[in-house]
Design a protein. Structure first.
Lengths: 226, 189
């Protein structure tokens, strides 16, 4: 396949070397700390210039008119947003890399969306909340994230990727992005979060995947619990 | 944001209970019992009962009486088995001889190579005792492998280990046969 074909067929194809964080010319952009590493590829990973599509059940139908984002669990104020209400919240831009447990890493992404810590703030998360269960539109899919990572400055509920709406196959209209953990924690088609005192295994975690999933820990990243 | 750009795809609902699977309630209870058991198999280490139940729900649990033949050499391969309980015997019949190649126990997967390679069954399998197996259609099995890299890594590792063992035992039997031939040649002299 020629270069032009690649561009036409896959607008997300990265033909260039990844930029360095200092080259990102965007005011107020949050730089994910892992992009500042000398070697941005975690152990056992290799760089992809494409953006592969992986999911547990295929792309689910998401009715945008009735789209809802709900926040519950250990919070003072349970919340529910329509898509318009959600996109009216304060937004940030984040520059980050994206590491899939299937061993590819997509560097050099700019996400725009609502900071995860902003959701926690508005909901008034109680101090006993230590974990977050993210819920998604695909057949009750879930993933668990430690509160510490949910509250990182670069964690967000994104609706734009590199300035364009996130395609349905990549998790649009809104997906969670937790740059400092493997990408399965970045729930596609997110429909809410529940704040919990105890850790609760999500969909892949019930199949032996790691409860935390930090790609930089251990010799080969925190992929599995076996 | 141009909302009309969002492509909406229909996702088929999970299949309803197949008629031979017993009543839905009975099937659910059965699957829940096996869901507790499966994480004790090395292949499913780290699974929770919920995770195991999803695997059970993606296939069908079948009970077989002792002596029943589950796979027949030469048949086309369109399903994969996971042994849940009981012992099974993997065998071939050659020139009137019944040759047992190996035994399969709970936690073992059978028939995956023929499905993955698209070739006929290379051996037959029969139940030694009353046995329960989880039967995945080839499509369900391929979907499991595609969606879950951790599980496919474990299944491939196990399948390849079995092949390596077979190769080793083939080499051993070639050497034995050569020694036998040498002995009889020396005796003839």
């Amino acid at each position: 396949m020629g270069f032009l074909d690649t561009l036409i067929r896959d607008p997300k194809y990265q033909n260039q070397a990844p930029r360095k964080p200092d080259e990102i010319n965007e005011p107020d952009i949050i730089i994910s700390p892992d992009t500042r590493r000398d070697n941005r590829i975690p152990p056992g990973q290799s760089r992809t210039k494409k953006w592969p599509v992986l999911d547990a059940h295929g792309t689910p139908p998401v009715d945008l008119a009735n789209w809802k984002f709900e926040v519950d669990g250990l919070v003072e104020n349970p919340l529910a947003f329509s898509l318009d209400e959600f996109m009216d919240l304060d937004v940030v831009k984040v520059y980050s890399d994206f590491h899939c447990v299937t061993r590819w890493s997509r560097l050099d992404n700019i996400w725009t969306g609502v900071p995860a810590r902003e959701i926690a703030r508005i909901a008034g998360v109680k101090p006993e909340a230590k974990f977050v269960l993210a819920l998604a539109y695909d057949h009750g899919w879930t993933t668990n994230v430690p509160m510490e990572y949910f509250l990182k400055e670069d964690s967000l509920f994104a609706f734009l990727h590199d300035g364009a709406p996130i395609e349905p196959e990549h998790g649009g209209p809104v997906r969670l992005i937790i740059p400092q953990l493997y990408a399965w924690k970045s729930a596609k088609w997110v429909r809410g979060v529940s704040f919990l005192a105890e850790d609760q295994a999500g969909f892949w975690e019930e199949g032996g995947y790691h409860m935390r999933g930090n790609p930089w820990n251990g010799g080969d990243g925190e992929r599995f619990r076996w | 944001m141009k909302r009309s750009e969002f492509r909406l795809q229909a996702v088929p609902e999970p299949e309803s209970i197949p008629p031979e699977g017993g009543t839905p309630k009975r099937r659910t209870i059965m699957n829940e019992n096996y869901a507790e058991l499966m994480p004790t198999f090395p292949l499913f280490k780290g699974f929770t009962a919920n995770g195991a139940k999803r695997l059970l729900d993606s296939g069908e649990v079948k009970q077989h009486e002792a002596g029943a033949v589950l796979l027949k050499e030469g048949d086309s391969a369109d399903f994969v088995l996971l042994v849940l309980s009981g012992k099974l015997e993997v065998f071939v019949d050659r020139e009137g001889q019944h040759l047992v190649l190996t035994e399969a126990e709970p936690g073992d997967i059978l028939g995956e190579l023929a499905v993955l390679c698209g070739i006929p069954r290379s051996a037959s399998v029969r139940a030694k005792d009353n046995a329960a197996v989880l039967e995945w259609s080839d499509e369900a099995f391929r979907t499991l492998l595609l969606r879950d890299p951790s599980l496919s890594q474990r299944i491939f590792r196990e399948a390849l280990r079995t092949l390596v063992e077979k190769e080793r035992s083939l080499i051993d039997s070639v050497i034995d046969a050569q020694e036998e031939a040498h002995k009889s040649y020396s005796a003839d002299k």
